[in-house]
Design a binder for this molecule. Sequence first.
Ligand code: FES
Ligand SMILES: [Fe+2]
Length: 441
Amino acid sequence: MVTENRMPMTPLERVDEPDMGTHLIDQHRYTDPEFAKLEWDRMWTKVWNIAGPLCDIPEVGDYFTQTLGRESFIFMRTGEDEIKGYYNICPHRGSRLRPSIGLGHAEQIQCPFHLWTFDIEGELHTVPDRQHFVNGIPEEKQQLAEVRVDTWGPFVFFNMNEEAEPLSEFLGVIPSHLDPYHFEDYHLVQDFELIWECNWKFAVDQFAEIYHLPALHPQLIEWWDTAGTPLDVYDGGKHSRQLIRQGYPDGGAWTDEMARRHGYDDKEMITDSQWQQLAAVGIDKDSFEGGVNDVRPAITKARRELYEQMGVDVSALHDEQLIDDYHYMIFPNITLNIGGTSLTYFRARPHPTNPDQCLWDYQVYARLPQGAPAPPRPSTVRGTARDVEVFEALAQDMAQAQIVQESYHSQGFNGILLNSEERRIRAMHHALEQYLYGPDR
Ligand code: FES
Ligand SMILES: [Fe+2]
């Protein structure tokens, strides 16, 4: 289907999936330092990673730093249409050029150790007491070491592997599915960097299935439909999506049969969660004349009208995209929860040395009308589950992750058993195996 402005819409059809087997997953992948090293050597240093938000570097000279494992990088806008990535290392004697966490603006990059100065293109500009380098300065020390950079949507990506495929190829179906959201108009509005007490993969797994929703997050099932939501795996297991229906009164238990039994027009069946969501779009209990099954279409219609009034063009989005959670995962560590005009992004990064911990980034992006001024950049909240207040379901997920991580060390556990609703976890392991052992193992 094509809209007036010719933007193709997100495909809704199901796809054939790769054969990923039915074997148990070895839990030692989550605990073994040797396996973590293999991941670093063969996957993290070979794969496209998100560096950070594009909206953090709007002007030439703007930069942010970012870490992955032991590596630290500077990502800098060096031209109106050019972004460069540098290892955050001075080629003189190896000082960090900038703190490993932060963002700012610089006309030049000066090393704090002996004040070598580089221009923003990474070329060596000034060396104090240059005459003391009596043999000259070797060519490789005349510039900062670069890392490959590209962009898609609201993100800057990087890849430490010069031989890797282009980003557009790596992303596979993702741009064709998500470009209708116009991510170029999204801005960062919340930013957290938390430490989880689990391996990075479990922090990914925790969002790869909603089988745990009724038990772990019972507060959500008045709004989320957990039963049988369409789930697809793409690009050999690298990426996946689950279209999680929202707006139903009783999670997966709300069937057409129940609707018939209670009557489609039964207003008494409308739950508190549904009333709250109706109120958020300006519909109150007195004015709403529909029944329980009318809530979802009413909210969808009201949202589309509100977005149009705000000057946000959602003509390329299906009605379902205005209410459901279009939940995408990008290998190896990215989760995107996408609503009509909001994007919630999760990323699990490996701890540099400890497979029992990971860094977990949680950011919220909001879409603004085209040309609207960017909101102030939120400060980054850093901490652990003990000292940062997070939303209820996240606190529940983080606590559960720690419990499972401890169990994965037990000799009483014999491997991870996955059902079909949990197959995005299998897909992630399947894609990981391609990096670690090659496609022909
Ligand atoms: S380490 Fe940077 S100037 Fe010496
Ligand atoms: Fe959860």
